[in-house]
Design a protein. Structure first.
Ligand code: ATP
Ligand code: MG
Length: 462
């Protein structure tokens, strides 16, 4: 397909529409003009025919003299003179002007009766010399004869000149509209050209640049605004990815460096079996932490790419919470932490069972991890106006108001000094937030330093 520029296409459209209208308009004028001209000829013919009929009725001599005069007459308009014929009621020729020689003015039998009954008959026909004739036939009632007068009409130069002028003007107008259309399209598309140049300068590394906006509130400005918004979103997303990659590599590097250093120190001299066991145990602990971080990173990367397919089904939250609480009791009891069930009721949601378990595990794991020994964790589940409401409350270390706005950020760990012995990757709550969002729910937190925290999740019931 021909790759036409928008400018050419616009100019073509403009010229086609303008040209089409011009041709239509020209044709209308031409036909109106031509019709008026024919009317004028017919009126002249009728007057002439009435005059001839009058002479014919007075005397045949004066009629012949008059016919001889008008058939020779060669004025500008009636250039070839007038052809005159008289027919009887049967259509037989009784008289014809000298310039007709042996030719006939056409008339068909069935029209004779109509004419004799008083009707005037007009006809356009070609004569033997190929000239276009306009012919009138009228009756002479007294003698029951027909008078025919024909004039040459194909030499109407006025109409031809008019048509010529109209065609020439039309051509000029169409050529003019082509160039005019191209000029207007160029002017209209100029801001787009400028926009292309500006966009070409924006590279992935310089996403901070934006398109220039103009005070005129036109479509181009609107497009620039939309592109600028898109660039902002792209910039954010690029920055997030960059930050995520940097944080991830940092998080993975640290435990690996610790493991490497531990193993190197261990190998630097010979140790007893107990020494080796200690290093292996701490390396295993680091490896566990590393594998959890990698697992969480994998989930978030999939979520970011929109590649995590939710397998939702109707599920009751009650047994799920009970089961997870039982599991966590195993790690809570050694710390003398009590896991207590408060108000619990059945609540059905449309959810991905695997993700819902992950959500609850992360939150309850946090509650155990950030609780003091002999602390208490309270779990509750209730229904509220079409929502299932899960609350996880602990009386642990709590989060400061400064940190609370960041705890859902990736790799963010509040109170690092105080939680140094807790080995978290800082990804658990980010995953919780994504899970809740993908289930069209909400997650909120209230916390007070040294007093404890309460995490509340709401999910739509079904
Ligand atoms: N129940 C809680 N009590 C006090 N602080 C909490 C609580 N839950 C989360 N936090 C704080 O929020 C931070 C982020 O929590 P998140 O679960 O995302 O990461 P993590 O527990 O450190 O690591 P991960 O869950 O990836 O193993 C924690 O490091 C902690 O400082
Ligand atoms: Mg956690």
């Amino acid at each position: 397909m021909t790759a036409w520029t928008i400018r050419t296409k616009l100019a073509l459209w403009y010229t086609s529409i303008f040209g089409g209208m011009l041709i239509l308009f020209g044709l209308l004028i031409y036909f109106a003009f031509s019709y008026a001209n024919n009317e004028r000829i017919d009126v002249g013919l009728k007057e002439e025919a009435d005059g001839i009929a009058h002479y014919a009725q007075i005397s045949m001599d004066s009629f012949k003299e008059y016919v001889g005069h008008i058939s020779d007459e060669r004025d500008e308009e009636w250039a070839a003179g007038k052809y005159v014929a008289i027919l009887d009621r049967a259509g037989n020729l009784q008289f014809r002007s000298g310039n007709l020689t042996d030719a006939h003015l056409p008339l068909q039998g069935h029209q004779i009766n109509e004419i004799l009954s008083g009707k005037t008959y007009f006809k356009t026909a070609k004569n033997s010399m190929g000239r276009l004739l306009r012919i009138i036939t009228i009756p002479m009632k007294d003698t029951q004869q027909l008078i025919q007068i024909g004039i040459v009409v194909n030499k109407d130069s006025t109409l031809n000149i008019f048509l010529l002028i109209l065609t020439a003007l039309g051509c000029f107008a169409i050529i003019g509209s082509w160039f005019g259309g191209r000029f207007m399209a160029k002017k209209a598309l100029k801001p787009i050209g400028r926009m292309i140049k500006e966009l070409q300068k924006i590279e992935t590394e310089h996403l901070r640049k934006r398109l220039t906006l103009h005070p005129a509130k036109d479509e181009i400005n609107e497009l620039s605004e939309v592109i600028n918004e898109m660039l902002s979103r792209l910039e954010n997303s690029f920055n997030q990815t960059r930050q995520f990659t940097a944080d991830a590599s940092h998080e993975l590097r640290t435990p690996i460096a610790i493991m490497k250093a531990g193993i190197e120190v261990t190998l630097s001299k010979e140790r007893d079996i107990h020494g080796y066991q200690q290093v292996l145990a701490s390396t295993l602990e680091d490896l566990r932490r590393l594998s959890k971080i990698i697992e969480n990173l994998f989930i978030l990367a999939k979520a970011d790419a929109g590649r995590y397919e939710l397998h939702t089904e109707r599920m009751n939250l009650y047994p799920v919470i009970m089961e997870i609480a039982e599991q966590l009791k195993l790690i809570a009891e050694p710390k003398n932490i009590v896991v207590s069930m408060e108000k619990m009721e059945d609540a059905f949601i449309e959810g991905d069972a695997l993700l819902i378990r992950m959500l609850l595990l992360n939150l309850i794991d946090n509650a155990v991890k950030y609780s003091h020994p002999k602390g208490i964790i309270r779990l509750s589940l209730c229904k509220d106006n079409g929502w299932a409401k899960i609350a996880i409350l602990d009386n642990g270390i709590g989060v400061s108001q400064e940190d609370i706005t960041h705890i859902f950020d990736r790799f963010y760990r509040a109170n690092k000094a105080r939680t140094a012995d807790h080995t978290g990757g800082g990804l658990g709550l980010s995953i919780c937030q994504w899970i809740v969002k993908s289930h069209r729910g909400t997650i909120t937190v209230k916390s007070e330093l040294c007093k404890g925290s309460i995490f509340t999740i709401t999910l739509p019931t079904c």
